[in-house]
Design a protein around this ligand. Structure first.
Ligand SMILES: C[S@@+](CC[C@H](N)C(=O)[O-])C[C@H]1O[C@@H](n2cnc3c(N)ncnc32)[C@H](O)[C@@H]1O
Length: 248
């Protein structure tokens, strides 16, 4: 799996984020070397990044992205030949943008390490309802032919557990097959039965042809005993509770 480094602007487009959305406490999971949280911080947005790579690699993750994209340039040029070049001008521009984003990530993880938390789905080290809005890009559904249905269900419920209002997931297309994740509708039904209704929304971001939809989970009604039990085990991270301290 390529650790990627998308930007704040890309996140805003992928997840159709409004100013109102960004006034909330936001979790980026998995964040990889994306610069969403870095730019969010500069804008005064209360955002946290989580990724399983942060346990092993932190600042150097940005360097790894640079090396990896350079190393895979030929493959990226070939794989992206039929892509929609409205966001990047070509594969080299994509590598340039990701390199700049990864450098921004590196500087921010060094300057604000508490904003970058090591964690691995389907179990996150956050209390229930720690965030208002959770954003998840390019893991779930994207790797739908390598991560099975049980993982997807457990991961989405875990994201719902830590989200007070919404979880947004982009894209819905499996990377290798270029088809919409085949288990999406049964999974949505299962989640709805557990108190997590959802909708699919078209967004104004398309890089891979046809990959322009996000899944939105409404999480306010999700209450399970597991939610409370998992939340009780983790309470000491200082960045978790700011929206509560603010009396929100
Ligand atoms: C393709 S990157 C996407 C990064 C970012 N969202 C972006 O769009 O630039 C996928 C990320 O998922 C992380 N990852 C893979 N499995 C994970 C898991 N079980 N829990 C948390 N992160 C995971 C990888 O470390 C990698 O950084």
């Amino acid at each position: 799996m390529l650790v990627s480094a998308r930007s704040f602007a890309e996140y805003r487009a992928m997840f159709a984020l409004t100013e109102r959305d960004l006034a909330q406490r936001v979790l980026d999971c998995p964040a990889g070397a994306a610069s969403f949280v870095a730019e969010a911080g500069r804008r005064g947005i209360d955002a946290v990044a989580v990724d399983r790579q942060y346990a092993e690699h932190r600042e150097e993750l940005g360097l790894l992205v640079e090396r990896e994209t350079g190393f895979k340039r030929e493959r990226l040029v070939k794989e992206t030949a039929d892509h929609v070049w409205s966001w990047y001008t070509d594969a080299d521009d994509m590598i340039r943008q990701w390199t700049a984003n990864a450098r921004d990530f590196r500087a921010d993880i060094a300057a604000r390490p508490d904003r970058y938390v090591a964690g691995s789905l389907p179990e996150l080290p956050f209390a229930d309802d720690s965030f208002d809005l959770v954003l998840s890009s390019h893991l779930l559904f994207s790797y739908g032919n390598r991560l099975d249905g049980d993982f997807h269900r457990a991961a989405l419920l875990e994201l719902a557990r830590v989200a007070r209002h919404e979880v947004r997931v982009f894209p819905l297309m499996v990377y290798d097959t270029r088809e919409r994740y085949p288990g999406l509708e049964p999974l949505r039904e299962e989640l709805a039965d557990l108190g997590v209704p959802s909708r699919v929304e078209r967004v104004a971001y398309e890089f891979r042809p046809g990959e322009n939809e996000m899944l939105v989970l409404a999480t306010a009604g999700y209450r399970t005993p597991a939610r409370t039990a998992a939340g009780a085990a983790v309470a000491e991270d200082p960045v978790r509770w700011r929206h509560r301290e603010a009396g929100d």
